[in-house]
Write a protein that binds this ligand. Structure first.
Ligand SMILES: Cc1ncc(COP(=O)(O)O)c(C=O)c1O
Ligand SMILES: N[C@@H](CCCC[NH3+])C(=O)O
Length: 435
């Protein structure tokens, strides 16, 4: 469920007409719904009541400071993957001491920053990393809390580029080597073994791989509790969202019309399936959802620049591009595209929806049929709240988009459109080129 819906013919986010935001702040602009995020968060937390639960929002999905503060207010901690993300948590007023630090390539400087900030746990991805964390903690005269990321070798049945729990992915330590890794960790004087972690992939639309992975590692987790007295098990993130039919799925009626067996993965199914596997462990359970919490809470607003006729198809050239939203180019991802003002009396148009960047891959959709769009009109790319702005680049010297947060009938710019001056601020012409 989400808060994007038509009021009459105008697409709204909560009570705000999205066209008013586009008018005021221009396009391309990301818009997020605070209400949808809160609903997603509370619904997921409710599905696991009874467990000692901490949601660590995977901030790589959307790390705007306003979004982070919203999560902090809701009681979330954070799953972070870089020193930069840690600094964002602090800047937003989030709790670093309840947050966890993942990633295969943590630098010494990042480890130092995280120990000083008092992170809850380092999610360690290799044996050399154990040695490095121990070394830095020793220099600081501290003990660093760690959990080892287990790679359970389970097929997440998602896009090949976003699966992480198979043995040929770079993530985690294979289950069969994990006992040895923990034994190695126990020997380091500046490490405190605190937990265990796994994350099998992103955009999972069935609960089966989650259940398979949890069931596979639970016996080992119970062993760790006995041997090392670990206190937590992080089962990662990965819950998928609806990309096709994104707009309609915001309404209860869409769900009611579907037979139970055909409903996409819900937090209720996720919770009901995993709770019986996790509860007997008697451990704190951490979840690291990203996309599920923010994906359907965001849209990317864009304006149609041209309707161009090709030899055998139409091209709708919009002012957003792959630098703003790279998912279609990178994963062949589907994003629903809808008009901000609908008019069913107008003929439908079939076209490729493309951006202005000089790459054939700068294509959001092929042969898509859109209702009521033409030159100068506004469209929304649905389900763009996760891995949208955070994956943006400046390719073709395109400024990064603006971001707006909506709450009820209020909205505020939470990141202004990047200026040309700030894009080039770090660049300079060296003396030897100056004549
Ligand atoms: C360690 C870790 N935790 C959590 C996530 C969040 O994933 P998602 O946005 O699919 O929930 C990711 C990204 O896949 C991750 O690498
Ligand atoms: N960035 C990806 C998901 C990868 C998640 C990060 N481990 C996406 O847009 O779907």
């Amino acid at each position: 469920m989400h808060s994007l819906h038509y009021v009459g013919q105008k697409l709204h986010c909560e009570s705000v007409d999205l066209a008013a935001i586009a008018q005021l702040h221009g396009t391309p602009t990301y818009v997020y719904s605070a209400q949808t995020i809160a609903n997603n968060y509370q619904r997921l937390a409710a599905s696991l009541t009874g467990l000692d639960l901490q949601i660590c929002y995977a901030m790589k999905a959307n790390s705007n400071l306003a979004i982070l503060r919203h999560f902090a207010n809701l009681g979330a901690a954070f799953d972070l993957v870089s020193g930069g993300e840690l600094r964002r948590v602090t800047a937003a007023g989030g709790a670093a001491n309840r947050s966890v630090f993942a990633g295969v390539g943590k630098s010494e400087a990042e480890i130092r920053l995280a120990i000083e900030a008092g992170v809850y746990g380092f999610h360690v991805e290799s044996e050399p990393e154990l040695a490095r964390i121990n070394h830095v903690a020793g220099q600081l005269g501290k003990k660093a809390p760690i959990a080892i990321r287990i790679n359970p070798d389970v097929d997440a049945k998602t896009h090949a580029k976003i699966t992480t729990g198979k043995s040929d992915n770079k993530f985690g330590i294979p289950l069969k080597h994990a006992a040895e890794a923990y034994a190695a960790a126990a020997k380091f004087p500046h490490l405190e073994i605190k937990g265990v972690q796994m994350h099998i992939g992103s955009q999972l639309t069935s609960v089966t791989p989650f259940a398979e992975a949890v069931a596979k590692v639970v016996p080992f987790v119970a062993e760790l509790k006995k041997t090392y007295g670990i206190s937590y098990f992080s089962i990662g993130g990965g819950i998928g969202i609806i990309y096709q039919d994104a707009l309609a799925s915001g309404q209860q009626s869409w769900w009611d019309a579907k037979p139970e067996a055909e409903r996409p993965l819900t937090p209720e199914t996720y919770g009901a399936t995993l709770k019986p596997l996790l509860a007997p462990l008697g451990l704190k359970i951490l979840l690291e959802p990203g996309r599920f919490l923010v994906g359907n809470a965001g849209v990317l607003l864009s304006r149609v620049e041209y309707l161009k006729r090709g030899a055998n198809k139409n091209f709708l050239v919009v002012d957003a591009a792959m630098n703003d939203l790279v998912r279609p180019a990178m994963y062949e991802a589907y994003h629903e595209i809808v008009p901000l003002t609908r008019d069913s009396a107008r003929p439908a148009l079939k076209a490729d929806i493309v951006g202005p960047i000089c790459e054939s891959g700068d294509c959001f959709a092929k042969d898509r049929t859109l209702q009521s769009v033409g030159e100068g009109e506004l469209v929304a790319f649905m389900s763009a709240g996760a891995y949208g702005y955070t994956m943006a680049s400046r390719y073709n010297t395109r400024a990064q988009a603006a971001e707006v947060l909506v709450s009820g009938s209020r909205f505020e710019l939470v990141n202004g459109r990047e200026s040309f001056e700030s894009m080039i601020a770090g660049e300079k012409i060296p003396a030897f080129l100056k004549t």
